[in-house]
Design a protein around this ligand. Structure first.
Ligand SMILES: Cc1ncc(COP(=O)(O)O)c(C=O)c1O
Length: 383
């Protein structure tokens, strides 16, 4: 049975053919180390990475491409932003919808760096309590961290209002764009985003092992890794120049070549047009699921803004069983469990059960959505 893929929120697939081609061409045609030699192959590898940085800078409205550090995933980017920024005595505001890739580094900073953390609550549908957010600021607050969209509920954060609060209190804003980069318009300067963490392997359509962090030029992060950068080798300190400061060790050159093509694909198609298509598919799926007796959908109601994912529960059945049956009986790949978001489950009232998550991408078709709906209908009819 051909697998029908509804797990785009974990990693996008299938990738555009250009992405696959760029990775294989680099692996087959140029295995040289970027930035570590003056020969033509090494220079070509460096150029390929530079081109990816420029594509990302254009996509996110970043003036200087060197303000983007190319890393291995969103988790590494969030760790660098949080651990590199916070100092003892700082207070951070985050939300109850954060992924463990934000929560765990924050809890680490709480334990090891004497940092205080406030998690702002949300409604069970994932609407952030903006009044509580406004009231959470203290004189020691230096950072606000927020997921642009919840990977569990699909709710979208009110970024403009949060950025305004941060500007008012002169607090830096770190946005986790894991569920939005590539399908929501993001322009860091216009939107008042000081740091943007993004995976390369989800909406940006690159390979796994890619991701990055935009760091505003005024922000100086303490690197979390020290090591070889191919420049300033005589200096025992990590270079201060960007991006080398944050890119110790050899980059994932084939992966970054693939990411470059993923971003080119998105820019050629247009973020807005990708968003429109994904929105149509997720609305179709949401409306269909909501009409099936015994299925409970989580997150925003039909008609409200939602990222390209939906979590649901088949009443009386463990979500792991629902996901397993969809896989084995119908060939459909969805994800079950807690989605690295225990606080989000607490907010939604699903901490006991977890949920099944189905997510769509640029290549998801009408027919695939109808097939998933039909499969869930059959399972609901004969449990
Ligand atoms: C909201 C959110 N943040 C962070 C991450 C971590 O991303 P990565 O797997 O690229 O480290 C994910 C992954 O699912 C996510 O959904």
């Amino acid at each position: 049975m051909e697998p029908v893929y509804f797990d785009w929120a974990a990693s996008s697939w299938p990738k555009p053919p250009e992405v696959v081609r760029a990775v294989t061409e680099l692996l087959a045609g140029n295995g040289a180390n970027p930035g570590r030699g003056g020969h033509r192959l090494a220079m070509a590898a460096s150029r390929s990475i530079y081109e990816c940085r420029v594509e990302l800078a254009t996509l996110f409205g970043v003036k200087k491409a060197t303000d983007i550090a190319l890393l291995s995933n969103a988790t590494e980017a969030l760790n660098l932003a949080i651990k590199g920024f916070l100092r003892p005595g700082d207070h951070v505001i985050a939300t109850e919808l954060e992924h463990n890739s934000v929560r765990r580094p924050l809890e680490w900073a709480r334990q090891h760096r004497q940092v205080e953390v406030t998690y702002v609550g949300a409604s069970p549908e994932g609407v952030l309590d903006l009044k509580a957010a406004a009231a959470a600021f203290r004189p020691t607050t230096r950072l606000f961290v927020v997921s642009h969209a919840s990977n569990l509920l699909g709710s979208v954060a009110p970024l403009a209002a949060i950025a305004e609060l941060c500007q008012k209190h002169q607090v830096k804003l770190l946005v986790d764009a894991a569920q939005t980069a590539g399908s929501f318009s993001i322009e860091v300067e216009k939107q008042g985003i000081d740091m943007l963490a993004f995976p390369g392997h989800k909406g940006l359509l690159g390979p796994q092992g890619t991701g990055g962090l935009y760091i505003h030029p005024d922000i100086e992060l303490e690197p979390i890794l020290q090591g070889g950068t191919g420049n300033n080798s005589e200096d025992i300190q990590q270079p201060t120049v960007r991006p080398e400061r944050y890119e110790a060790g050899t980059r994932n050159t084939p992966g970054i070549a693939g990411l470059r093509e993923g971003v080119r694909f998105i820019r050629a198609k247009g973020v807005h047009s990708i968003r429109m298509e994904e929105q149509a598919r997720i609305t179709q799926l949401h409306e269909g699921l909501a009409a099936i007796p015994g299925i409970r959908c989580l997150g925003p109601r039909v008609g409200e803004e939602r990222a390209s994912l939906i979590s649901f529960i088949k009443e009386g059945e463990d979500p792991a069983v629902t996901a397993h049956r969809l896989d084995r009986e119908y060939g459909i790949a969805v994800r079950a469990g807690y989605h690295c978001s225990p606080l989000g489950h607490q907010t939604a009232g699903t901490l006991e059960s977890g949920a099944v998550r189905a997510s769509v991408g640029y290549a998801t078709t009408n027919e695939q959505v109808e097939y998933l709906l039909d499969s869930v209908r059959r399972m609901a009819a004969c449990p």
